[in-house]
Ligand binder design. Sequence first.
Ligand SMILES: Cc1cc2nc3c(=O)[nH]c(=O)nc-3n(C[C@H](O)[C@H](O)[C@H](O)COP(=O)(O)OP(=O)(O)OC[C@H]3O[C@@H](n4cnc5c(N)ncnc54)[C@H](O)[C@@H]3O)c2cc1C
Length: 567
Amino acid sequence: MPDGAWDREVDFLVAGAGPGGMTAALVAALEGLNVLICEKSEQVGGTGATSAGTLWIPENSQSRDAGYIDSANEAGAYLDALIGDGGDARRDAFLAHGPKVIDDLVARTDLQFVACGQHPDYRNNLPGAALSGRAIIPEAFDGRLLGREFRRVRPPIDEFMLFGGMMVGKIDIARLLGRYRSLSNFAHSIKLLLRYFGDRLRFSRGTRLVMGNALVARLFHSLRKNGVPILFGAALRDLVAEDGRITGAVIETGDGVINVRARNGVVLSTGGFAHNEKYRSAFMPDPTPARSMAVAENTGDGLEIGERFGAMVTADRAGSGGLWTPVSVTRRKDGSTGLYPHIILDRAKPGLIAVNSAGRRFVNEGVSYHDFVEAMFRSNEVVPTIPAYLICDAQFVAKYGIGIIHPGTRNFAPFERSGYSTSGVTIEALAEKLSIEPSALADTVRRHNRFAAEGSDPDFGKGDTELNRFNGDPEHGPNPCLGQIAVSPFVAVEVWPAELGCSAGLATTADGQVTDRNDTPVKGLYACGNDMGSIMAGTYPGPGTTLGPAMVFGYQAAMHAAHTRTD
Ligand SMILES: Cc1cc2nc3c(=O)[nH]c(=O)nc-3n(C[C@H](O)[C@H](O)[C@H](O)COP(=O)(O)OP(=O)(O)OC[C@H]3O[C@@H](n4cnc5c(N)ncnc54)[C@H](O)[C@@H]3O)c2cc1C
């Protein structure tokens, strides 16, 4: 790139305004660099805006202050047991720096976190696993602080909002459902509703932001306070290298292509390869799952562009390329389809089973969303299990809801008409509609109901782990995760695998520097978030498995770029 040919010159260029990229940009600005973000869409937040916003940060100080003692060494032992002792320097750096990164962000920015308290690791029977103290969530954020720029925060998925625009977190859901059980629940529910309907007089959706939306809005707010510009509708298309170092990038904007010089380097944080067929078929199980929870803009640009400059894309050790959740397919009011992730609200509750096309259970339904889908993949090798079916009865739906069918629902006809669920007056009638052998499904339900009466599940152990019970119903006995499926009509919801995040990605150092086939850093090139190969190697240790590392390595990359000599 000849001198004078740059359209713009900065110290540090960040491609992608998700949680990873925004953290890198914010930290670089705080360290004194002149930073620019280019964001392909018209809004910040990426998939992060639609997420639950939980971060897995072992030994974090927010939990310690709340009285939950944890140890990063124990967490290391847990990861060794789960992943295998890979001797990964990035894993060590994550454990060593994670709490300090969060503390520094809290001290210097508008990011604020709350300890989740009890929130079991997802394989809580392994050595080193914790039942509490590792997960933190962002504090709720008042979107009104952004003024007109609130429109720049990507909204959550429709399926996660009430009344077409009201966000509720896990605690809100419990209080709304129990609104007649206590005065304080009732008062909280009324407050939420008044705030929401007041907001709608001025804004396109509610401004009380929680979960991932609070996380990205807080990052955006801090970026604005620190004067970091964001080019919207601006996609990274290429990099520029001079003397073996990345010194700039080519960005496609609505006004044409611009060349941006980035003296201290470029961060690839374009959210991974979710919508890139080539990488999906290379790294994901066969047949390649078609559905993804990632935003449509995440088309693997960071990986493809990085590869052109010597970067290496690595498969994860587990070989499934993604961090998974079962999803049901919804039909939205505008006729488009959406995906509802069955993360925590229904599968572990008493009175629900998951079956394959043979009408047989194949998994402990209360395992983590990732482990549930891994079980679908394994079962599918023997008998078609994609899709699988969540089966329950009318009583279950009335009490807990299933997917987008809210608790209290008694009329399933609209859901059946839209194709969301299938109902049957008997289990056999339901099975016939699903093209499952009726006697097989009836046998499965009978066997399960016997286990429910006895309070233990010798086939799959539903209710045996702390994680199962955490998501079960503590008021139900003898087993909080096992209940009768007996009250007609019976209901089925079809579920498919979809990834919440990619786990295959660019190889990097512990500083977030992208590396080549010889493990040598590509100078001036960094990656974080889902563009970086997951340090968890395709496993899902606990709540916040992707956002914790995304923010820690965004931070690491910015620190490296800010404090390493470029000449
Ligand atoms: C329902 C749901 C719940 C989840 N809950 C959690 C949770 O609680 N904890 C957790 O750890 N993880 C969770 N996840 C996963 C998490 O949201 C993602 O792993 C995370 O957002 C990845 O961050 P990122 O910054 O890499 O990418 P993203 O958040 O997807 O951001 C990438 C950004 O890059 C932009 N972009 C793409 N291409 C370009 C380009 N060429 N140039 C410029 N910009 C580009 C995109 O428009 C986007 O804004 C959840 C996901 C979903 C869907």
